[in-house]
Structure formats: structure tokens, C-alpha cells
Design a protein around this ligand. Structure first.
Ligand SMILES: [Zn+2]
Length: 302
């Protein structure tokens, strides 16, 4: 190994490294509520987003690699080989299998663009709340006193009171009582909506070298089923069922008619520091659906 890298080489290495980083919350461009009181404004959908949020499921592997769960992220349009393994592990049911299942299980979050009212100069940031905060936001939208809190003219700022850190973290979420515009400055409004990230997911191809091109700067990209199996060596799971598994894979295309729910582990929900005792036994995906319905009704009324 050469000891010295030129500056240009260093920058190139850094860029290559950054390219491969999973944009999984935290870090540059992401918002995280501080302990204490926070005020944010959720931005409406931009680009190809249908609504102001994108459900994002992620699986984390023991070797620290992470991937987006096709099933949860597409709201069950696509199958996920990892969720299938998690289900198998649950069925096996011994302690070790259950532990592995719980480590591999999908971590849920709902990505959105926000303005940090205490740091508006930062512009739009990605916020990746877990189920607790997201449910509170849904409650506000369902509350006739608030409605669409993301409306640029008549929406409301959101107050997030964060207590504690790590697994002790809890959040309280309220809406500002008074409705307000996102901003009164038209130029700034355009800039913010323009700078906000298109969080809708994109599907990339079997060829990983095309990822950058196909994901077109979208943060969330879905890798094809077979590529996930290859890249994460999932073939080695359930070796004694190889033939059966192969047959199943062959029958998997075109899409299966009956979709099974992604298996969700309640260990956390996409945010390392968000406790999730609240959502035991909850039918996952429902919050997103409910808010979808609400938002669709609202936009039809317009
Ligand atoms: Zn999955």
C-alpha cells in the first residue's frame, strides 16, 4: 500500500466511499430532534412523491451492511427475500432463530423533508421518524383542527419534545395551534421546494454499476429480488430446502398474487433511539395507508 495519496486521489477516494454509504438517517442532510423542544415544518411532496412521506423499510445485517426492504418500502408491491427468511426463522421458532429473526427484521421509518425552524439556513433536511412520531403526525392530520399540516399556506409547524437519548428516548408531538405559511418569502419558498429531496423510491437493475445512474439522486433505491439473494448470500439459508426454494423462485415471476405482510420486528423502528413498546401487535403499514386515504380524500376535495 502506498503511504501517500495526492489530494485529488484523496477526494476521489472520499467520494467513492460516500457513494457507497447508506443514507440511513443521521449525518449530513438529515434532521434529528435534539433533546428538549424542537420546531419543524414538514414539507409537502416534491418530485415523484405521492404524499409528503415515503415509507422506508431497512434490513441490517450482522456485517453492518444495510439494504432497503422492497416489501415495506413499496407497500407490498414487491417481495423481499429477507422478510421471507425472517418469517422462516420465526416458524422454526427456537431461541436462536428468533434472535436472528429479530436482528434481521425490517426497521420501519417514514421519510420526509422538513425545515428546522431553529436552523432555517440549513434548508430542507430529511427526517426519518419511526412509528411513534409518525403516528403522532397522522393524528394531527386526522384532527379536524389541523388537517394537512404540510400545506404551504395553511399548514402548521410541528413541535417535537424529545426526552432522553438512546433506548430511553421518548417523543411528544404537537401541532402549533395557529396555522401558518411555510414562509412568506416567495423566493425562499421556491428554493426550499426545489432543494427538497425527492424521496420516492426507485427500482434499480440487476447490474450494480447502473445504480448511480438509475437512482438519479434519489435516496431510496430498491434492488431486485435475485440481486439481494446474491449480494447478501441468502442462498445459504435453509440449505436442506434447496430444491423447493428453487422451484419457488422460478414461480415467483411474474408477481405472486397473494402478498404476505412483511414481518416487522418491534426492536426499533428505523431510528436507533426510538423506543417502540407502543406498537406491539400493531398491523404495520396501516398508518401509512390511513394517511394515504386521508390525503387522497383531501386532494380530491380540492
Ligand atoms: Zn424485507
Amino acid at each position: 500500500m502506498t503511504k501517500k495519496m495526492s489530494k485529488a486521489e484523496k477526494v476521489k477516494a472520499l467520494r467513492d466511499k460516500l457513494k457507497k454509504q447508506d443514507l440511513g438517517g443521521g449525518g449530513a442532510g438529515f434532521y434529528s430532534p435534539k433533546v428538549g423542544k424542537n420546531t419543524i415544518r414538514i414539507l409537502p411532496e416534491v418530485g415523484d412523491m405521492d404524499f409528503f412521506f415515503q415509507p422506508v423499510g431497512r434490513h441490517f445485517f450482522p456485517d453492518k451492511r444495510a439494504m432497503y426492504c422492497p416489501s415495506f418500502t413499496t407497500e407490498k408491491d414487491l417481495d423481499c427475500p429477507v422478510c421471507e427468511i425472517v418469517r422462516e426463522l420465526h416458524n422454526i421458532g427456537d431461541k436462536q432463530s428468533k434472535k436472528l429473526a429479530s436482528n434481521l427484521g425490517v426497521r420501519r421509518s417514514w421519510w420526509m423533508n422538513v425545515i428546522d425552524r431553529n436552523n432555517e439556513d440549513a434548508g430542507p433536511l430529511m427526517y426519518t421518524p419511526g412509528v411513534m412520531v409518525f403516528n403522532s403526525i397522522i393524528s394531527l392530520i386526522n384532527d379536524p383542527d389541523y388537517g394537512d399540516v404540510t400545506d404551504i399556506d395553511e399548514g402548521s409547524d410541528i413541535l417535537i419534545d424529545r426526552d432522553g437519548t438512546g433506548i430511553e428516548t421518548s417523543y411528544e408531538v404537537h401541532g402549533r395551534r395557529k396555522e401558518s405559511a411555510l414562509t412568506d418569502d416567495d423566493d425562499l419558498l421556491d428554493k426550499w421546494l426545489n432543494d427538497a429531496k425527492d424521496l420516492s423510491y426507485v427500482e434499480v437493475s440487476e447490474d450494480s454499476s447502473e445504480d448511480d445512474e438509475l437512482s438519479e439522486g434519489h435516496a431510496v433505491h430498491i434492488v431486485p429480488y435475485d440481486r439481494i439473494v446474491d449480494e447478501f448470500g441468502l442462498d445459504s439459508f435453509g440449505d436442506d430446502e434447496d430444491e423447493e426454494a428453487e422451484e419457488e423462485t422460478a414461480n415467483r415471476r411474474p408477481k405472486r398474487k397473494t402478498r404476505r405482510k412483511p414481518v416487522v420486528e418491534e426492536v426499533d423502528d428505523g431510528e436507533e433511539d426510538e423506543a417502540s413498546e407502543e406498537d406491539e401487535g400493531e398491523d404495520e403499514g396501516e398508518p401509512a395507508k390511513e394517511v394515504n386515504r386521508r390525503m387522497a380524500r383531501r386532494s380530491r376535495r380540492r
